[in-house]
Design a protein around this ligand. Structure first.
Ligand code: FE
Length: 203
């Protein structure tokens, strides 16, 4: 359907998503529903300070410290708090452990629930209809498209996030990392490895 079709209700809106967002923002500000300074501060926080480097610190600590690891799987929020990580969209996190027998993968089939304090803002593909539908139906095929091929014997378990529960995948510690400190380990932990659509980097 052509986008300049005047019978189409969307023709009344700016066609570019950015313009639509701007228009919506203008209305909210004009009505006094949103404080532009507060909104700018939130965006700044998630663009620069909160991101996958925080989740990577948690994973690296879990690889290096058995007590922390035990706490992480028992009460992820308590473990996160030890590293000063708290915040909205991360109030109830459950950490799931990759093992030689099980690979975990996270999706939100309903919308795009995601552990923001650990991983920042979700990537566009995480929010796509295709990922949300296919992650559940054909996880191995989706993984292959991400460049991940798992041994047949390793089963794939898919976790569906909700507004209440967000998941953090704790990947297996890569071979050849004995003696590496937490900062060096954290550098191997990719965002996708904590969603389950990737694996950590090799040292
Ligand atoms: Fe959601």
């Amino acid at each position: 359907m052509p986008h300049d079709d005047h019978d189409h209700p969307h023709s009344l809106l700016p066609s570019e998503p950015a313009l639509r967002v701007k228009a919506l923002e203008s209305v909210l500000v004009a009505k006094g529903l949103v404080d532009p300074a507060a909104m700018a501060a939130i965006l700044e926080t998630y663009e620069t300070r909160v991101g996958p480097h925080l989740g990577a610190r948690v994973v690296a600590r879990a690889w290096a410290d058995l007590n922390f690891r035990a706490l992480l799987f028992e009460n992820a929020n308590a473990a996160m708090a030890e590293l000063g990580i708290t915040g909205r969209q991360g109030e109830h996190v459950v950490a799931v452990e990759n093992t030689p027998g099980t690979h975990n993968m996270v999706v939100c089939t309903l919308c795009s629930c995601y552990p923001w304090p650990l991983l920042g803002i979700p990537p566009a593909w995480y929010k796509s209809d295709a990922y949300r539908a296919r992650a559940v139906r054909e996880p191995r095929k989706v993984l292959a498209e991400f460049g991940v091929t798992l041994p047949e014997a390793q089963k794939v378990r898919v976790w569906d996030s909700t507004a209440e529960v967000r998941y953090l995948v704790v990947p297996m510690r890569p071979e050849g990392t004995d003696g590496m400190d937490e900062a060096a380990l954290a550098a191997l932990v990719t965002r996708d490895s904590m969603i389950g659509t990737g694996l950590p980097l090799a040292p």
